[in-house]
Design a protein around this ligand. Structure first.
Ligand code: GAL
Length: 663
């Protein structure tokens, strides 16, 4: 049971050395326990080839450690310095349009460029040897946000050659590759692995099987790049936590696989920035403008908790306005505190505000921080101080249990449906989030998990929306789990080689519920398919089903097509449900699964963490939550929970659920 702690992200290289000690003392005074440094400092750590200048970093670490802080040290490989790029100009990635991703910002490298990978090993090795056993350094962050600024895929010669090798290892013969990809179509057959090209700059869309394999390859390259640094750190920094800071709304490589090599999966949470860049409609964005989407952060907390081997953190927490949205509103008073507690309620071990001090120069000068550029406290400084006090009072610990409900999230599915969305607004992430929202509205604590046997065993309910090509073994695990299962829409609709299954969708999943998807259609915004009895609508995507033996229709569309089918404990949902329909479907599956659920007021969300229960008000008005709390004393917040309010109490959760309004 780990105690929960606060942290910040600091750039000693941005400020005069004279103020490091003062900054460190203020961090401690604020109640912060950790500080992340170093992840972009390569040009200061090695200003010339081979000239290591680690003294300043050693002094910075000593100063921070001396003040009682523990240091998370970043490897600086997201920002190769100019001299390095000049030495190997062909390390710069090429985008899908054939343009170089030039020096002058960050992430200007290609994951497949072997000489660059070796340079990374060299600098990481030198840093690990210098600081791996420093008593103040407790954790290492590898690189920074792999894939940020759309950098997973590179169309460089090095990537092409590595992709050809990858294809050879996967298919052994070119005939097997031609067969797997269906290259007879449009005369795309290849006579050797050397003839393989990258799937960009084609006249019209490239073959989806080719594109999917390229996505798999690109993901493997990120995993391998990360692993090389992990191996060095394990050798020279024994006992340190190794982590990476993943992103939100981002699935371009397989985070589950990469996180297997880490101790902690961390992510960077920018609620207002993400809301502004999301696909949510204007009314939703206006409603949650200053507090953020009530489910987006929670979904990612649950996703990354399911990635990490031994814990998860928020490595960067938005502390004020950001600089990178189309518009950049300021958070509502109390929003930063609410975001922090939402993460802690989901079991975060650490929440780290980014950054400590607003940089008055360069690209992020309009990004707010705990401190203003002149060093005075900004609003979030006070939020952080309050959370630190409350956390000490609550003595909160990470105790998140395995949830009864598991929502399957699969990175290949995200790639597949972005390659072939079929409808312009079909997004796998949006579908998974839509289902997650329904579960949150029902007051449930959910695990977001990969499609593996371990992840589903012992659950009461498993949901697999849009699961691209489930493996037979996973289908068996689902059957063996005894869980109620909700399949669809679009689940099992392809084979791993991006083909329609010979027995038609849902392919292997027909073993669980014998339905056949004969036809599908996508629906433009504003067009929906209504259900009978006004039970909601399908939007974006819907399917025409044929039912096999033993399968009964549960819900129908107004025009009489099956919308929800069931055999025993397995349901198949034939479209993308709106909120009304989703609530209707979830009520049925949750009841059958024996999972108690609630009907929370629109802007209220709740989360359990061990014996603690947290309640959050994402709305603009106070909301009476006394029905949720019952007779238990509140440790935080009031029964009339203010906008941005957080309530916490030790639950008898069963009573809490049973007493609540199930209207
Ligand atoms: C993150 C990144 C940070 C900083 C921040 C600004 O994506 O890791 O370095 O750029 O965004 O919001």
């Amino acid at each position: 049971m780990t105690r929960q702690r606060l942290s910040t992200c600091y750039y000693p290289e941005h400020v005069p050395e004279e103020i490091w000690a003062e900054d460190a003392a203020r961090m401690r005074g604020l109640g912060l326990a950790l500080v992340r440094i170093g992840e972009f400092a390569w040009s200061r750590l090695e200003p010339e080839p081979g000239l290591y200048c680690f003294d300043w970093l050693a002094r910075a670490i000593d100063t921070l450690h001396g003040a009682g802080l523990r240091v998370v040290l970043g490897t600086p490989t997201a920002t190769p310095p100019k001299w390095l790029v000049d030495r190997m100009p062909d390390m710069v990635a090429i985008d899908a349009n054939g343009h170089p991703r030039k020096f002058g910002s960050r992430r200007h490298y290609c994951f497949s460029h072997e000489p660059y990978a070796q340079e990374c090993e060299r600098i990481v090795g030198a840093l690990a040897k210098a600081f791996g056993t420093h008593p103040g350094v407790v954790a290492w962050q590898i690189d920074n946000e792999f894939g940020c600024h759309d950098t997973v895929e590179s169309y460089l010669e090095a990537a092409l050659l590595a992709f050809r090798r990858w294809c050879r290892a996967r298919y052994a013969t070119i005939e097997a590759l031609n067969e797997a990809w269906g290259n007879v179509f449009w005369s795309m057959e290849l006579s050797s692995f050397e003839a393989i090209e990258l799937p960009n700059l084609t006249v019209t869309e490239a073959n989806p099987a080719h594109r999917l394999d390229f996505r798999r390859f690109a993901s493997d390259q990120v995993v391998a790049f990360n692993r090389r640094q992990v191996e060095i750190l394990r050798r020279h920094a024994p006992g340190c936590v190794i982590l990476h800071n993943f992103m939100g709304a981002f699935a371009a490589f397989d985070h589950h696989r990469l996180a297997q090599d880490l101790d902690v999966a961390a992510w960077d949470s920018y609620p207002l920035g993400f809301l502004e860049t999301s696909r949510s409609d204007a009314a939703w964005k206006a409603r949650y403008l200053r507090i953020g989407d009530p489910d987006f952060q929670a979904f990612h907390h649950d996703l990354y908790r399911g990635c990490g081997r031994s814990g998860w953190w928020v490595m960067e927490q938005q502390p004020g306005g950001v600089n990178w949205g189309a518009w950049n509103p300021l958070p509502a008073p109390g929003a930063v505190r609410l975001w922090t507690f939402e993460a802690l309620a989901h079991g975060a071990e650490v929440v780290s505000y980014f950054p400590w001090r607003q940089a008055p120069f360069a690209q992020e000068q309009m990004h707010e921080a705990l401190l203003l550029p002149n060093g005075e406290p900004n609003e979030a400084y006070h939020d952080a101080a309050q959370v630190a006090r409350e956390l000490a009072q609550l003595d909160a610990r990470v105790e998140t249990e395995r949830a009864e409900v598991a929502l399957v999230f699969d990175y290949e599915s995200a790639w597949a449906w972005s390659i072939a969305p079929h409808g312009q607004d079909f997004s796998y992430l949006a579908l998974a989030l839509a289902i997650y929202r329904g579960l949150r509205r029902a007051g449930l604590s959910v695990d977001v998990v990969p499609p593996t046997r371990d992840a589903v065993s012992g659950r009461k309910l498993v949901l697999l929306p849009g699961l691209f090509a489930p493996h037979g073994e996973f289908v068996e695990a689902l059957a063996a789990s005894g869980a109620v299962v909700l399949i669809g829409p679009r689940s099992g609709s392809k084979t791993p080689h991006f083909r329609i299954p010979p027995e038609l969708p849902p392919g292997e999943l027909r073993a669980l519920v014998d339905v056949t998807v004969r036809r599908v259609e996508t629906l433009r915004p504003g067009v929906t398919v209504p259900l009978a009895d006004s039970l909601g609508r399908f939007e974006h995507w819907r399917e025409i089903l044929m039912l096999g033996a033993g399968v009964e229709p549960v819900l129908e569309t107004k025009s009489g097509e099956v919308a929800l089918a069931r055999r025993d404990r397995v349901f198949y949902l034939a479209g993308w449900p709106d909120a009304t329909l989703l609530d209707e479907v979830l009520m049925r599956v949750l009841d059958l699964a024996g999972v108690e659920w609630l009907k929370l007021p629109a802007d209220i969300r709740a989360r359990d963490n061990g014996e603690m229960c947290y309640v959050f008000n994402y709305g603009p008005e106070p909301i009476d939550i006394s029905a949720l709390v019952g007779d238990v004393p509140l440790l935080l917040g009031d029964e009339n929970l203010a906008s941005c309010g957080v309530a916490a109490f030790r639950r008898p959760m069963r009573g809490f659920r049973a007493d609540a309004d199930r209207a």
